[in-house]
Design a protein around this ligand. Structure first.
Ligand code: GCO
Ligand code: MG
Length: 404
């Protein structure tokens, strides 16, 4: 019988930090999984190396569901981003192996393509509204059909989603200890409708426009913002409030028809059960890396499908290209796909991760290479050492801590 011969973790920093799991079978087939948890990378690396890798060796790599159940139920301690990211990495690597053994891309194992391509949204941002408009113009020229717009709120240093003026892709985890940003809800609430209105005024309505609040409002503030944004017809308003308080979304829903998208910080189906079954959101944004891998993501998406909630997976640069590929295979195959975030990766990530996925005219495709379609160059990875970085924190004007 083929068994798992080896499981090991690679921690590297090509452009930013990534944790990658490599599983090798007794037949020499290699599977890759992403285990990157931004700012907390080494916790997942240790969880895998100390507690998971030893128990994988000798097991049947084909038994994906059984391995998932073993790692989830077997740990006794449930859920949490570290555990679920570790399980996700194993799950992705086993799907990769299954595809390579079958000679098929993973989406074929998931039921085959349910659409021709995966609609993606990109990021556009600016240090002020004119700079944002220039960036939106560039993105539309690149062929994107959906754009997320963020701009610096006048007077607030370090607004979420706005890159440093170094021409590199946005990266919030920028220092070894958390940077401190300033937050003030009033100016943001007045600025956001003006900023998104300027985008619609210049570019019209023939593309999808999205915006991320990044968990910063109270439910009633979010209701007000959603209502103020209605004339601009957003595809979605993302993470309006800290969503561990799921019933809070009833308040937002009472006040606005702006579609809502939530879930990038969730790690299990239980975190979004009420949001889905009470139809409090329109898009579920769980990611393949932080929500238990392909196996669990599909379970969440199936529940969502029953309630008319569509998918909109998180796809930032702080998930590795292995995760991007895994997400695309799921996106291509599920019935209730909505949209996929695609932020891209800072170079030199491309020297470490060779991918088969592609982008054309607003849509992505995972490609037809067997498995996930990503190969990792370990020698290249060794050239880029881990460089500890943490996410920023937000403080209100009076110095108290706010959600970042
Ligand atoms: C998004 C996210 C990210 C997160 C990041 C944290 O919608 O893409 O909000 O930008 O901030 O993934 O590590
Ligand atoms: Mg977000």
């Amino acid at each position: 019988m083929t068994t798992i011969a080896d499981a090991r973790v690679l921690v590297s920093g090509p452009g930013r930090n990534y944790v990658t799991l490599k599983i090798t079978t007794s037949d020499g087939v290699v599977g890759w999984g992403d285990a990157t948890l931004n700012g907390r990378e080494l916790a997942v690396a240790a969880y895998l190396t100390e507690h998971v890798c030893p128990l994988l060796v000798g097991r049947d790599p084909a038994r994906i569901e059984d391995t998932w159940q073993l790692l989830y139920r077997g740990a006794y301690w449930r859920r949490g981003p570290v555990t679920m990211t570790a399980i996700a990495a194993v799950d992705m690597a086993l799907w990769d192996i299954k595809g390579k053994v079958a000679g098929l891309p993973v989406y074929q194992l998931l039921g085959g393509a349910a659409r021709n391509g995966v609609l993606v949204y990109c990021h556009a941002s600016g240090s002020d509204v004119p700079a944002l408009l220039d960036d939106v113009a560039r993105r539309l020229d690149d062929g994107y059909l959906a754009v997320r717009a963020q701009a610096a709120v006048p007077g607030l240093e370090g607004t979420y989603g706005v890159p440093a003026p170094d021409g590199k892709l946005y990266e919030p985890a920028s220092s070894s200890l958390p940077a401190e940003h300033l937050w003030d809800t009033g100016p943001y609430m007045r600025f956001a409708p003006e900023m998104l209105g300027a985008v619609r005024e210049r570019f019209g309505f023939d593309f999808h426009l999205l915006h991320d609040v990044h968990h910063r409002l109270s439910p009633i503030e979010a209701g007000r913002l959603g209502r103020d944004l209605e004339p601009h017809r957003l595809f979605w308003l993302e993470d309006p409030t800290p969503a561990e308080d799921q019933s809070a979304f009833r308040v937002i829903r009472e006040h606005t028809t702006t579609p809502l998208a939530v879930g990038e910080v969730f790690n299990s189906i239980w975190d979004c059960q009420q949001l889905i079954t009470e139809r409090l959101i329109d898009y579920i944004r769980t990611s393949v890396t932080h929500a238990g891998g392909i196996t669990h993501l599909r379970r969440i998406f199936s529940l969502a499908d029953l309630y008319g909630v569509r998918t909109g997976s998180h796809g930032p640069g702080d998930l590795s290209p292995v995760a991007m590929a895994a997400a695309l295979h799921v996106d291509l195959s599920v019935p209730n796909f909505g949209i996929q975030e695609y932020m891209g990766h800072r170079e030199p990530a491309g020297e470490v991760f060779r991918t088969s996925y592609s982008f054309k005219d607003g849509y992505m495709h995972p490609g037809d290479a067997p498995g996930l379609g990503v190969e990792v160059d370990e020698e290249a990875a060794a050239r880029f050492p881990y460089d500890p970085r943490q996410l920023p924190v937000n403080r209100r004007l009076d110095g108290s801590v706010h959600d970042w």
